[in-house]
Write a protein that binds this ligand. Structure first.
Ligand SMILES: Cc1cc2nc3c(=O)[nH]c(=O)nc-3n(C[C@H](O)[C@H](O)[C@H](O)COP(=O)(O)OP(=O)(O)OC[C@H]3O[C@@H](n4cnc5c(N)ncnc54)[C@H](O)[C@@H]3O)c2cc1C
Length: 334
């Protein structure tokens, strides 16, 4: 091949909350880790987009913390000033990132080796090492962690023709997602929809949530994010932005006069996971050194992805510690 591969203890595909959490833990344990993400930014579905300088969260709007581990972590984020309670009664708060959800992801990934714009297109395991090629580079890792949504991870393994991953792929096929379309509108005036700037509909078709961004506190100017239900997204996934705009604004269950100053549409093919019973993460056996984690496991939300990242890191750390790799064979950073 003639390529030179940068080598690490662990390569992580995907710098969403699961990948970042896992990488933080592995780096803290002293291992060299490189995160590869296909997008220009990082954070995955911790996503914020700018319209005329104003920030719009267009993936997850907020997160809850139900279990002890994540609650303690969220408390650390609040104390560090990178997350804050948004609404909800004490003990059942909804939290968001200060300055936008994506800003929180950036803060959490500070100090990590994150390579952006690296779409991983090929992986191969040979002689105890995973080799990975992206659209821009070549990397090697003694362990490989995939944190992209399961259908994307399956696509990668199938394209790479990693034959012995058939059982691995079989398990990943149990993880399915619903689509979502987010419509972001910069407005001329505030709508004053609700006290905290969010309406969540119990019947989530065609609209599941409306967020008023200036009331949420992430834009100076008025704006809203309308997020569709999965059925609407399925039917309108191929529709133009203008059609999505018309159909979602026509469906607004409240009478409002929208003075639109700017618009953007994001279509999420893998937005929210459907139910299943898989726990924590997946590693078919200890000898192929391949793991999959993310919101495909645990609860289908940010807390689930975080916990999956924590648990998979423990598994990889234990695997790396058992199969000690001499420092001389570790060209990557430590
Ligand atoms: C519209 C929407 C609303 C939501 N609302 C909520 C909510 O209110 N509360 C809540 O808790 N959760 C919510 N969620 C779900 C939550 O955002 C996710 O559960 C969580 O962010 C998933 O994190 P992750 O790390 O598992 O995956 P992701 O964040 O998807 O990260 C995976 C990363 O892999 C990268 N990637 C994929 N393929 C490749 C490749 N071949 N090479 C390199 N990189 C690759 C992607 O670019 C991405 O950055 C929402 C999601 C969406 C989309």
């Amino acid at each position: 091949m003639g390529e030179s591969f940068e080598r690490f203890d662990c390569l992580v595909v995907g710098a969403g909350i699961a990948g970042i959490t896992a990488a933080r833990k592995m780096v803290a344990a002293g291992f060299s880790v490189c995160l590869l993400d296909k997008s220009r930014g990082l954070g995955g579905r911790f996503a914020t987009r700018r319209i005329e300088g104003q920030s719009f969260d267009h993936g997850a709007q907020f997160f809850t913390s139900r279990g002890k581990v994540f609650s303690a972590e969220v408390q650390n984020w609040v104390e560090a000033g990178i997350a804050r309670p948004w609404f909800g009664k004490p003990g059942d708060e909804r939290f968001c990132g200060v300055g936008g959800m994506n800003q929180l992801a950036k803060e959490l990934s500070a100090g990590l080796d994150v390579r952006r714009g690296q779409k991983v297109e090929w992986v191969r395991f040979s002689h105890g090492v995973w080799s990975v090629r992206s659209n821009q580079g070549a990397f090697q890792g003694y362990r490989l962690l995939l944190t992209n949504p399961a259908p994307q991870a399956i696509g990668l393994l199938e394209t790479s023709e990693v034959g012995y991953c058939k059982e691995f792929i079989g398990t990943l096929r149990l993880i399915e997602y619903e689509k979502c379309i987010s419509l972001m509108l910069l407005l001329g005036s505030e709508l004053g929809l609700s006290e905290y700037g969010i309406i969540q509909f119990e019947v989530e078709e065609p609209i599941s949530t409306i967020t008023e961004t200036s009331v949420k506190g992430i834009t100076d100017l008025p704006g809203i994010v309308i997020q569709s239900g999965p059925e609407f997204a399925e039917k309108n996934f191929a529709a133009s932005s203008n059609t999505v705009f018309k159909r979602l604004t026509d469906a607004l269950p409240i009478s409002v006069n929208l003075e639109v100053k700017g618009m953007s549409v994001q279509k999420w093919r893998f937005a929210k996971r459907k139910n299943h019973a898989l726990e924590c993460f997946f590693n078919q056996n200890e000898s192929n050194f391949l793991w999959h984690s993310g919101d495909g496991y645990n609860a289908p939300r940010i807390e689930g992805a975080f916990l999956s990242g924590e648990r998979v890191a423990e598994s990889i750390i234990s695997s790396l510690s058992m199969n000690h790799i001499p420092n001389s064979q570790r060209p990557g950073k430590r």
